[in-house]
Ligand binder design. Structure first.
Ligand SMILES: C[S@@+](CC[C@H](N)C(=O)[O-])C[C@H]1O[C@@H](n2cnc3c(N)ncnc32)[C@H](O)[C@@H]1O
Length: 260
């Protein structure tokens, strides 16, 4: 059985920029996971109407358009690495007479061309997942892939306001995704998750800046305390060893050479 032309035979192909360029040449629209309506209530709860929103890896999804038409968001910058899809979405926005504050532009989510603190919310749906399709074991994300994910998170954190939030929508369960989003405590955000969708649960992660989870702060403090007491202990042991060596020298029986 042959697959439809847009579907790759290997999952890892989703990490290739060329794949997306080719796919978008012929595909007018496609919605990964679920359309905006399925998680609209969660976005409306977390993101105020006047928010400046950045969408990463927007593809040919109608999410940005629906965020405007259904929820009334007016400042949405949608970005993608693919120039083909950005042009397609710009044309669509013109045809639909969407306001110019809904803009589409080419941007690599690992190096965003926006100023620090420019957005209240950054939203990604299935875009981080592309990088992870090359991973062989989700329990052990290989260093180069982890570095790519961290660069997207670092960039998102940088362009967010101090109380802004990153929203990440994915099929990836919390035991895999939450540690990646926490980034080893490198960010000021608190990561929490919810599910949506009836027949198949998808995950909606909110990383709220300035609210680093108390348990994370406590975990860091606990680590610092353990390290400090270990250093003290090591220092004390080194002191004992020095004292013991000193005592040994004082109490050691004199060798024939030293007794002369
Ligand atoms: C699985 S699709 C998701 C599309 C859309 N967000 C949706 O929900 O339907 C992944 C998207 O990420 C884009 N992408 C891949 N690497 C990227 C990068 N480094 N920077 C920006 N976009 C990228 C692809 O071009 C593609 O549009």
């Amino acid at each position: 059985m042959s697959l439809p032309p847009t579907l790759p035979t290997h999952n890892a192909t989703y990490s290739s920029a060329e794949y997306w360029e080719q796919r978008f040449e012929t595909e007018p629209e496609y919605e990964w996971f679920r359309g905006y309506e399925a998680f609209r209530h969660l976005v409306e709860r977390d993101v105020p109407r006047n928010a400046r929103i950045l969408v990463l890896g927007c593809g040919n999804s109608l999410m940005s358009e629906d965020m405007h038409l259904l929820s009334g968001y007016t400042h949405i910058q949608s970005t993608d690495l693919s120039a083909v899809v950005v042009e397609r979405m710009q044309r669509r926005a013109q045809e639909k007479q969407l306001p110019p504050s809904l803009a589409w532009s080419v941007a690599d989510m690992t190096a965003l061309p926006f100023e620090d603190g420019a957005f209240d919310a950054v939203v990604e749906k299935g875009s981080l997942d592309c990088f992870l399709t090359v991973v062989r074991d989700p329990w052990r994300v290989e260093a180069p892939v982890a570095a790519l994910i961290q660069s997207v998170l670092r960039e998102s954190h940088r362009v967010l306001k101090p109380d802004g939030c990153l929203i990440s929508i994915t099929f990836s369960a919390p035991h895999f995704r939450a540690p990646l989003l926490r980034g080893g405590g490198a960010f000021t955000w608190r990561v929490k998750h919810e599910t949506f969708g009836e027949e198949w649960p998808y995950f909606f992660y909110t990383c709220r800046c300035g609210l680093k989870a108390l348990d994370e702060v406590e975990a860091e403090e606990a680590t610092a305390t353990v390290r400090a007491s270990w250093l003290r202990h090591r220092g004390a042991r080194a002191g004992c060893r020095l004292a013991a060596t000193f005592c040994n020298v004082l109490t050691a029986p004199h060798s024939p050479s030293s007794s002369r």
